[in-house]
Structure formats: structure tokens, C-alpha cells
Design a protein around this ligand. Sequence first.
Ligand SMILES: Nc1nc2c(ncn2[C@@H]2O[C@H](COP(=O)(O)OP(=O)(O)OP(=O)(O)O)[C@@H](O)[C@H]2O)c(=O)[nH]1
Ligand SMILES: [Mg+2]
Length: 459
Amino acid sequence: MLTRKLPIIAVATAPGKAGVGVIRISGPNLLQITSALFQKTLTPRQANLLTLRDGDGEVIDQLIAIYFAAPASFTGDDVLELQCHGGPQLLELVMRRCLELGQDQGLVIAEPGEFSLRAYLNNKIDLAQAEAIADLIDAQSEAAVRGAARSLQGAFSNDINSLIEEITQLRILVESTLDFPEEEIEFLENAQARERLKTVMHQLHALREGAKQGKILRDGIQLVLAGAPNVGKSSLLNCLAGEEVAIVTPIAGTTRDRVKESITIGGVPMHIIDTAGLRDTNDLVEAKGIERSWEAIGAADLVIFLQDSSTIDSVDGPELELKAQILKSLPSKCPVLEVHNKSDLLSSSDLRSTKGRALFISAKTGDGIEALKQKILETVGWGGTQEGAIVARRRHLDCLDRASVHLDKSQQFAADGNVSLELFAEELRLAQDQLGQITGKLLPDDLLGKIFSQFCIGK
Ligand SMILES: Nc1nc2c(ncn2[C@@H]2O[C@H](COP(=O)(O)OP(=O)(O)OP(=O)(O)O)[C@@H](O)[C@H]2O)c(=O)[nH]1
Ligand SMILES: [Mg+2]
């Protein structure tokens, strides 16, 4: 997919019926395909109302065609956009006719993400921007849309590039000294290399923090509600979702399987998973459900360990045991929020005595739910501000983490003074390589193919 230079075609709009359906063609020699389709040469960037006919001269559709001449197009190659009527069968017919008439030019159906890949290979956008296009389409909240749009405009790439530039300057300084060993004396001091490195490390730290927020914005949080039966997990899900998503009854063991619902809290997508109450059971179906509860806990970003506050003092033993079990099953770094439900059943003096001890809520009355939402955002490390936020992916975070490790090492070598100048420079280079992978410089081809294949067809 990376090397083929053939023209490609795909439906760019979502499957299903719509007012308009867009088919996009991109590649070399599009004018030949265009004149075969419409028997005329199209002026670039002009909307043309045209009729497309089949081999027997029968009308397939009347459509609007816009031709973009290379390099002034999304992909950087010639692009033809056909705005047809939006019926799936109709679009299929238009596609078939285009493939028929484009056969001599080698027109083929595009792979997922191939249009964006070509834009990237033609230097219209860098890799982080290409990923931002996919993230913009997948965005699950308004804040994620805005973050992806900022990344697409280059906000994230610009920060990465200016950091790369700083490191390059520092490398030039160090590496030029390596060629003149007699001048190495006190080189690091004279060049203020350590101070400059510190500044770079600060900038990288800020970028990592921003990217962590960006990852939350893009992927959201897998929030698992876990606890003993009957403590009100399903009630809490319904309360957070604002609708009756899960069945609630006074019978312990009501929820048998995971129930998922996605909402946003403070602009952050939350994928809430209600689970079967955890207990020993001989019921085969319930046991299966509980197995799935443990699986959900094992894949969570945050677990709410829900307890019934009206029985809190009498069941300390089993609750503690359950909590220990949950803690053992968590993925590393996954936090647990201990929350006590049914606070409406506590007397006001009981409630006063619990003040400050833990989070008390009532899924029934909604009491404490706002505070719980704030606590959730705080616990997952959401900074609370969407201003200037970008979206980021695991891949970006991994590159930033590795860059940070290399900068830490370079700092250690800098502390050794002149004896380790070469190693100092080498670690700077490795950090720079990691940052370059985010925007796509120095990225192995197989990784590139993997990234773009996750895009949707027609993008
Ligand atoms: N008073 C009061 N009752 C509640 C509250 N939350 C839930 N309940 C009641 O507690 C019972 C159990 O609620 P569920 O939400 O089904 O509990 P669960 O934890 O999902 O239970 P399982 O699915 O069996 O694990 C129901 O009768 C609810 O009406 C609350 O905040 N206050
Ligand atoms: Mg339930």
C-alpha cells in the first residue's frame, strides 16, 4: 500500500442513506479519467453539475464534480470529488462505472486510510496531523473534537518540532566540540549546556502532561463499578447515565452480565461498566457473570469500589477482604475510589461522623453525585482545563516517555563533565529520534502501514 502510485477511489461518506454521498478519487492522470467519465476537461476548483451515464448511455446520476489539480489538494495528488445522491446502491453503481472507465489508468479501490497516507507521504500533513484527522472523526465529546482540531492545525506538531529544534541546537554545540578536543575544557559550563538541557527537560515534561490529558480526551476512561451484590452499582450507573440503562431490584445478584454505557463527565468520555456483584456462588450463570466482572476490573482505568453505607460497620471484614481482592486484580497504576452508597439511609448524626472519611453518595437521591464526578476527574488526572488541549495517542505518550528517559540519561552524562561528552550527545540524538517518530520523521514503514490501516475507508 505504501509504494503504489495508482489512482485510488472510495466512498468518503458514511454507509447508509443520506442526501448526498461523496466519492473521492485521487492519484496521477486523473484528467484522463475525468474526461472518460464526463467527456470534458474540468477546470480546477470549480463545481460542475454533470450527468454520469452507464455503457448503454443510461443516466446513473446527476452529480456535482470538483477537480483539484496537484499539488493543491488534500492528498497532494490530483483529486476528483463526486457529490452524488446518497443512496448505497447508487454509490455502488457510480463506483463501478468509475472503475470501469478508470481501468486503463489502473484505478483501484483505496485501502483504509490511504488518502491520508498519501497526504502524509506528499508532505501535506505530518503523522501527528494525519492521526488527528482520524481522531477528529472518532471524537467522543465536544472537547475531543476541539482537541483533535487543534492537533490537526499543528498545535501538537509545532510543540514537538520546537523541542526537536532546541535539542538539535544543543547537539550541534556538543558535537562540534567533539571535533576539537583541546577546547573541551569547561565546555559544558561555557556553553551553559546543562541549563539548556534543563529547559528542554521542562518543556518535554509539559508536553507529556499535555499529551496525558490528550490521551484521556481521545480514548476516555474505562470506569468499572465493582462491589458486593445489592450495594447499588446498577443504580449508580443509571444515576450517572441519567436513564434506566441497567435493571435494578432489591434482589442480590440482579446484574448477571456487564452493562456498558458511555457518557461524558466535564467533557471527558467515560465508558462506565456496571458489573455483577462479587460473591461466592453456586449459580453457574452468576459465576460466569462474576468472572466477567473480574475481567472488567483487570482492564479498568479506574475502579469504583462501591459499598453500602447503611451496613458499613457490620460488614467490615468481608468488605476489607473484597477490597484486597480487587486491589490484587487491578492493572498497574489503576486507581480505586472507595465510595459508600445509600447515604440517604444514614441518620444525620451518622453522616456527620463519617465526614471526611470517604465519599458518601446516594444513587437514589443524587446526593454526593456531583462531588463524585469531580473526584473521578481528579483521580484520573484530568487537569480540568480544555483550553489549548490537544488529543494524543498511546503511541505519542510512549515516544515522549522514551524521549524523557534519554534526556534523563543525557543529564547523568552531563554531570560527568567532559569525559562523557560523546555519550551526552548520543542520548540527545536518541531523544530527538523518539520525538521525530511522533511527527513521522524516522518512522519505520511497517509502523506507518499499521497506523494508517486503522483509519476508516475513504479517509
Ligand atoms: N435507599 C437507597 N437504596 C438504594 C440506593 N441505591 C440502590 N438502592 C437500592 O438497592 C437495591 C440494589 O440496587 P442495585 O442497583 O440493583 O444494586 P447492585 O449493586 O447493582 O446489585 P447486583 O446487581 O445484585 O450486584 C435496589 O433495591 C435499589 O433500589 C440508594 O442510594 N439508596
Ligand atoms: Mg446490578
